[in-house]
Ligand binder design. Sequence first.
Ligand SMILES: *Cc1c(COP(=O)(O)O)cnc(C)c1O
Length: 398
Amino acid sequence: MDFEELKKREAQVMCQTYGRYPLAINTAKGTHLVDYEGKTYLDLLAGISVCNLGHSHPEIVEVMRSQAEKLVHVSNLFYQEEQVVLAEKLLPLTGLDRVFFCNSGAEANEGAIKLARRYMQEIQGRDAYEIITLEKSFHGRTLATLTATGQQKIKQGFGPFPPGFTTVPFEDITALTQAVSSKTAAVLVEVIQGEGGIRPLSDTYLQQVAALCKERDILFIVDEIQSGMGRTGDFWAHQHSGIKPDIFTAAKALANGLPMGAVFCSKRVAEAFGPGSHGTTFGGGAFVAAIATKVLEIMERDDLVARCRKLGTWFMQECVAVQKEFPDKITDLRGRGLMIGIELAFPGHDVWKRLLDMGFVLNLTQERVLRLLPPLIITREELARFICALRTVLSSLA
Ligand SMILES: *Cc1c(COP(=O)(O)O)cnc(C)c1O
């Protein structure tokens, strides 16, 4: 396949919504991606925190094969054993009581927003519907989740937006407290902003938000779509700060590459989602549910969360060492576990491109943050290769 020709054909048939990498992937296995020329790349992105077990994990491939022959889709009009087995396995990891399965992150957040509003209006009998979110947050691309998202640039041209959303400054508890009114239904935050540049909220702030929500009797919703599923060295990033949200959402890594989302909530909140109130044709169908169950089994057996924590701690120390050598080039290091942001003192496109040419796939976000979300199965040696490449690129800069 000729890459230039593929680019041209793509532009003639597809909406140009993506600023794509100058790369087409032909095959992927484990932590490696291979392009059409046979060049191999180390995957430090995992399809944006999705393929945590790496690509074409043999046990996942085997479940896909056997489940495809057993049952793929019948719709949520039917009881499906695969779905119940998954929920029974997932819920004990969440500290919550009920789950609603869907197909993507945006759909999970959309569901969480609907659930919070309906809980207020139908269960509590309060005319409360407003959702408060933070600046630089990212919650999805549907109209409601886009409205919830605290980034002006991706909202351009899509108005008018649905009412009932307010955005307040990052980690400013005073501003948040002032924004809460009798119309407030919930506060929605990412524990570590992903798209926003790997920006963690402090434990103190998260505890203050939890206390505020409790005091004002509003719901605390956490978006764990990017930070969940072991990524930060805890199963969910919010567990680190000891808070207990009323609702939280997951998606990306749930089914290791197949589309799946989930909304977790307490039993009391779940009462608002009675029969006919909300739904989806595909969500949590037998095929993806069987895969997600296998993902959890593998994570547990291989102790991937503890492994991620250890590897992440080591990797951050390595990054700190590089920062000490290049204090004028690396201005900040943020993150936890294997969710890491390396902030540069200058726009990072050239550094990103040099690393890509050297065979390292990662993401650049907010113009100057190198974002790393490698598969959780990555090895120390592979990460050390990246550190070595980063040194080479930084030292070659004027
Ligand atoms: C990716 C992401 C979403 C949106 O998920 P989609 O599956 O792309 O709809 C929402 N919130 C966060 C924090 C994300 O990282």
